[in-house]
Design a protein around this ligand. Structure first.
Ligand SMILES: C[S@@+](CC[C@H](N)C(=O)[O-])C[C@H]1O[C@@H](n2cnc3c(N)ncnc32)[C@H](O)[C@@H]1O
Length: 218
């Protein structure tokens, strides 16, 4: 998507993807990454996700990357935090408490941003990207992340002809193909979630599966 697509979504507060609660699969499967509780973790395309708050509550330092400064400012404001600001590698970096959020294009993120990261949480990041960008996303993660980093990846799968993304349908086979070069994949769960998403039903979906994957370096 063009960056202006996302900037407009944030400016217009057209952010139906933002969840008011912690995603159920995060506490369910994060322990499977077997990370030290104080290990730094990375949330690509983080928005103002409350899942970052849950990760911080586990003891993690949370590094996020997000295009929209509005999203980042709202995240800090909603926590009552006043971040310090610096610039690095063309990014504006805002930090407060356990959070360090890099404002800019994920694909330009410098390696130093994620140098000590042990785990990654991807909810609505891969599936926010059109097909043409997904391999680049997987390759960028593989090249940026330290050799031992693990990823919890949550995806959606549905009949793409029934609804235009984002979120896009990214079937399990595609997830495997995208990451197979650098990661071993374990599918942790695949569940029907259409009843919990009536707005997608209204848009024409007749089935919607949510999956969680654990990715470990090969
Ligand atoms: C569907 S939202 C998901 C946000 C968050 N992961 C969540 O669960 O609420 C996708 C987010 O990615 C951001 N985004 C899209 N493309 C990006 C890019 N190339 N670099 C950084 N952020 C990007 C958008 O601004 C948007 O906030």
């Amino acid at each position: 998507m063009d960056p202006s697509f996302w900037h407009d979504r944030w400016e217009n507060q057209d952010i139906g993807f933002h969840q008011a609660d912690i995603h159920a699969l995060l506490p369910a499967y994060w322990p499977r990454l077997e990370l030290a509780s104080d290990a730094p973790v990375f949330v690509p395309l983080c928005g103002k996700s409350l899942d970052m708050v849950w990760l911080a509550q586990q003891g993690h330092r949370v590094i996020g990357a997000e295009l929209s400064q509005r999203a980042i400012d709202d995240f800090f404001a909603e926590r009552g935090l006043a971040p310090t600001t610096r610039t690095s590698g063309g990014f504006i970096v805002k930090s407060a408490g356990p959070y360090e959020l890099w404002c800019g294009d994920f694909f330009d993120l410098p390696r130093e941003a994620v140098a000590g990261v042990a785990g990654v949480y991807d909810r609505a990041a891969l599936i926010a990207l059109p097909q043409a960008l997904r391999l680049r996303y997987a390759e960028t993660l593989a090249s940026l992340l330290p050799a031992t980093a693990r990823i919890l990846l949550i995806t959606l799968e549905y009949e793409q002809s029934q609804m235009a993304g984002p979120p896009f349908s990214v079937p399990g086979d595609q997830v495997r193909a995208l990451f197979a070069g650098s990661f071993r994949l374990e599918e942790l769960e695949c569940r029907d979630v259409l009843d919990g998403h009536p707005h997608f039903k209204q848009r024409g979906l007749t089935a919607l599966c949510e999956s969680a994957f654990l990715l470990r370096r090969t």
